[in-house]
Ligand binder design. Structure first.
Ligand code: PAF
Length: 297
């Protein structure tokens, strides 16, 4: 497994492997991460290995996507462990740029996706998706992969990046991969390590409330407003949970459906809906979601 620390190294390795830009003969799958790898990342790498000749992983904790009072400094990092896991998984190359390599000076050019990046996580974390879109666009220009893989736990990120690649004619397909969960339903996230044992116990409430909604939708007609109330009531069963949002939105445009419309009717008419949650336990912010797609059969 090749370790590349600079943009030139990365591109040279791709060129040496007939996997860089025009005339290349090998397909490249790319999994951008901020490291501290867990099984969710591993499943993205496995998918990439199945779909492509070569798989490139990047590990870069991107300062641009953290707000001033967020956890950039304390974000969990363990590069040696990540590299061991990547090697075991059969990754072909890892791109490990420093902040100086990615941002040799404060960029005057940033990428901003409007509308879908301004609601939910975008509203509570101003500038976050600009940071994500900017770094991913830089990474896609450096690696020029055929496919890039992202987990649906960050459904809004997936929507923002899909929109960005379409708007900017980037030649990379954004591949959505399912959320991986602990046995008790908690979505895998590098930030789960911040949770105290008590918070960790109660954090299962996110998935439990999404499941409660899913079950209720099978049993009764629910308006969007009723669904949101159900989610909030279910989250409140965990005394430590501080709800940031519990909303139903259209996917992937993140529009707000009319609160009085029946969820089942909206879905049946062909619109995909997303129930999205952001909940804080102490200083740890967790997100989760469930997609309700129309039955296309
Ligand atoms: O999902 C993440 O880990 C990050 O937002 C990403 C896509 C690697 C960009 O820094």
């Amino acid at each position: 497994m090749r370790r590349c620390y600079t943009v030139e190294d990365m591109r040279q390795w791709l060129a040496d492997n007939n996997a860089y830009k025009f005339g290349k003969t090998k397909t490249v799958g790319f999994v951008p991460t901020m490291g501290y790898l867990h099984d969710g990342h591993m499943s993205l790498l496995e998918q990439s290995k199945q779909d492509n000749d070569l798989t490139v992983l990047s590990i870069f904790v991107n300062p641009l996507q953290f707000g001033p009072s967020e956890d950039f400094e304390r974000y969990p990092r363990d590069e040696e462990r990540d590299l061991r896991l990547a090697e075991l998984c059969g990754v072909d190359a890892v791109f490990l740029p420093s902040v100086e390599v990615m941002y040799p000076h404060k960029p005057l050019t940033t990428v901003r996706v409007s509308a879908i990046a301004d609601v939910l996580c975008g509203a509570s974390r101003p500038g976050h998706f600009d940071g994500v879109a900017t770094v991913v666009s830089k990474l896609l220009h450096i690696v020029s992969p055929d496919r890039a893989y992202f987990g649906m736990k960050d459904a809004q990120q997936v929507a923002v990046l899909t929109q960005m690649t379409a708007d900017l004619n980037l030649d990379t397909a954004i591949v959505r991969c399912p959320t991986l969960r602990e046995e008790d339903g908690l979505a895998l996230s590098s930030r789960n390590v911040y949770l105290t044992p008590e918070e960790r116990d109660q954090a299962t409430v996110l998935y439990a409330s999404l499941q409660t909604l899913q079950q209720s939708l099978k049993e009764q007609r629910l308006s969007v407003a009723q669904a949101e109330q159900l989610l909030a009531a279910s989250l409140r069963e965990a005394p430590l949970a501080i709800i940031e949002y519990a909303e139903v939105r259209t996917f992937p445009r993140f529009g707000q459906p009319s609160p009085h419309s029946c969820m089942q009717d909206i879905i049946q008419q062909g619109t995909t809906l997303l129930a999205a949650l952001a909940v804080k336990f102490g200083t740890t912010r967790l997100i989760d979601n469930m997609v309700y797609a129309p039955d296309r059969e």
